[in-house]
Design a protein around this ligand. Structure first.
Ligand SMILES: [Zn+2]
Length: 620
């Protein structure tokens, strides 16, 4: 039997009617499998989710549960938070059910949810590392044990499964754990926050789904207590944990990047329900910090391997970028919530698009079963490899946070394509799709036909009794936008309004362009990147002649950029002599020879074996 998802089958559905934008349910936005996003979503369904399910067995995650109840004699394997790999995979399965109605995973869900139910204690507690390895640490080392982080992923998976399939067995497990957390850490009780944020956004979702206000109050309390010195921060320092300042005063994105970005998603969720202005004000300052001074061109975050941390403003080295996949996923969650919270969606939608088509697309291989953890913008030919920054994508990691996180994001990605307001349907992401138009806008189906971002043409069709008011996002890079053959301008908010009756064609400007970085970004000074539409490009050694080294290329931004087959871009570059001295006099022309260069989307790099790669190409 296939499943019929409910109209609430989407993540982040605000309960308070504060945002002018209403998310659309996943089943209402059907991505065409021939399109770029839809094809990726199909590959996620066919390859990535099954791969994650198999890895839960081979990596020991499920045995960690079995051993607690005497069903396995295996030792505990993985990091303390390994349970979250299971919950993220269940969440991916849930959104995939919402998307396709598949029953492929029903028996597997029966098995694993039954297992979690057996492991859960009557108190509601379930966390295998504590139960099976260190019971004495229960709620005793919140800075490090990730108990609430794991609970957060359990809650998100449970809410997703109930919304997607009307299945509430995992939800009963999750609410029992949330109730335990509330009895212990709720208002007026013990003060405690988790070292790794995640529970905040999850508790708001649980409140939205159940209507139980205690969960929102607990999320609010976790936000209020952060930055009060409750965590034993040790050598890592309070900044690593975002415990250095109260949330309302912390204006800069600092410390462990994934933690900061998950926290911000949760804080924005609390604001969406309570409307507290100080939280949104702090989040807007945080968003500027993270996106205008610390984001890589590819939509990645985290300039330092050490402590997996944001760097200083404009500290953006390409080769040593940590740029963890999970940080970008967390930022998609946060930026979507900011889109809803501010009602000014253009910058947030453009960021999500950049993240999807660059950092996240590159994080998974063409096979759908190999993954990057770190996503640097340059791979040197002789660079050492380390576990979380390998030269080629790996099938899994001992810290396997990223692969199932990607699986759950892709399974839910259709929820980020459009929203509705009182009087218009708003398209934020362009993808081949059929979108059910909400009844208050006239109903019917909007057909979006496009191979974007391979091509800039977006054909729209809606047949109904009355014209459909559409708001179409015009990206900031589209310098010449055309609607039905005539130049068209967006309104001040970055959206082009159309009353669609029948068909129309929007053409976005996909002319290749050179991009520079801010003058304070020392690591990027004197270099240019190639972009086409939302995509960042790179050059790989494998596309150069054998006698030309990638790192000897020097480009000239006056050289034409020509779009060629398969979304590649062709240009020319000079080749520096490798024998040049390490240091030498200035004003010496070192150029020698010229070579044709093929650039490919960063999203596609590393699919032809290990090869040097760079996004930023020197001009001097
Ligand atoms: Zn990760």
């Amino acid at each position: 039997m296939t499943h019929l998802a409910t109209e609430r089958a989407a993540p982040a559905l605000p309960r308070a009617a504060r945002s002018p934008h209403q998310p659309l349910a996943i089943p209402a936005v059907r991505l065409g499998e021939g399109g770029v996003l839809g094809g990726w979503q199909r590959r996620n369904a066919e390859a990535t989710i099954g791969h994650c399910v198999a890895q839960l067995e081979s990596s020991g995650v499920l045995d960690n549960f079995r051993r607690v109840v005497g069903e396995s004699g295996a030792p505990y394997r993985g990091f303390v938070f390994a349970d979250s790999d299971l919950y993220k995979t269940i969440e991916a399965v849930a959104w995939e059910i919402a998307r396709s109605g598949t029953d492929r995973w029903d028996a597997w869900l029966d098995d694993v949810i039954g297992l979690v139910a057996r492991v859960q204690e009557p108190s509601g507690y379930v966390m295998t590392w504590i139960q099976g390895v260190h019971p004495e640490k229960r709620f005793a080392e919140l800075h490090w044990t990730h108990e609430m982080y794991v609970a957060g992923h359990l809650i998100q998976a449970a809410v997703a499964l109930d919304r997607a399939a009307g299945r509430d067995d995992l939800l009963r497990i999750a609410t029992a754990f949330a109730d335990l957390l509330d009895r212990r850490f709720g208002p007026g009780r013990e003060e405690g926050v988790c070292g790794h944020p995640e529970i905040e956004t999850a508790l708001v979702e649980l409140y939205r789904h159940t209507g139980v206000e205690r969960y929102l109050a607990l999320a609010q309390r976790m936000v209020d207590l952060r930055g009060r010195g409750l965590l034993k921060v040790g050598n890592l320092g309070a900044t690593y944990f975002q415990d250095h300042a109260p949330v309302r005063q912390a204006r800069d994105a600092v410390g462990h990047a994934v933690r900061q970005l998950y926290l911000n998603a949760g804080v924005t969720d609390v604001h969406l329900e309570t409307g507290e202005p100080a939280l949104l004000e702090a989040m807007q300052a945080q968003w500027d910090s993270a996106h205008h001074r610390k984001m890589y061109l590819t939509g990645a975050f985290g300039s330092r391997h050490r402590d997996e941390a944001f760097g200083d403003d404009y500290e953006l080295p390409s080769d040593r970028a940590y740029a963890e996949t999970c940080a970008t996923i967390a930022d998609v969650h946060w930026s979507w919530r900011m889109l809803l919270a501010t009602g000014e969606p253009a910058a947030y939608a453009e960021t999500i698009e950049r993240e999807l088509h660059n950092a996240l697309a590159a994080a998974v291989g063409d096979d759908g079963t190999t993954f990057f953890y770190a996503n640097p913008l340059q791979l040197r030919p002789d660079r050492f490899s380390e576990e979380n920054a390998p030269r080629e994508r790996r099938a899994w990691y001992s810290c396997a946070c990223c692969p199932p996180n990607l699986a759950r994001l892709l399974a839910q990605v259709s929820a980020y394509v459009a929203t509705s307001t009182d009087d218009e349907l708003v398209l934020h992401l362009y993808a081949d799709a059929e979108i059910d138009v909400p009844a208050h806008l006239g109903g019917g189906v909007l057909r979006v036909e496009t191979s974007y971002p391979d091509d800039g043409a977006v054909r729209l069709r809606h047949d109904g009794d009355r014209p459909l008011r559409l708001a179409l996002r015009v990206p900031s890079w589209s310098s010449r936008t055309v609607l039905d053959g005539a130049p068209a301008e967006a309104d001040a908010d970055g959206y082009l309004r159309v009353d669609l009756a029948g068909a129309a064609t929007l053409e976005l400007d996909l002319a290749p362009r050179w991009t520079r970085a801010h003058h304070r970004a020392d690591a990027l000074r004197g270099a240019r990147a190639i972009e086409v539409g939302p995509r960042v490009y790179c050059v790989e050694q494998v596309d150069l002649p054998d006698d030309v080294a990638l790192d000897d290329l020097v480009v000239d931004e006056r050289a034409p950029l020509v779009r060629a087959d398969g979304a590649t871009v062709r240009t020319t570059a000079a080749v520096r002599p490798r024998a040049d001295a390490l240091y030498g006099p200035t004003e010496q022309d070192l150029s020698a020879g010229e070579v044709a260069v093929v650039a490919i989307p960063f999203a596609r790099w590393g699919n032809r074996g290990s090869s040097a790669m760079r996004v930023w190409l020197p001009v001097v």
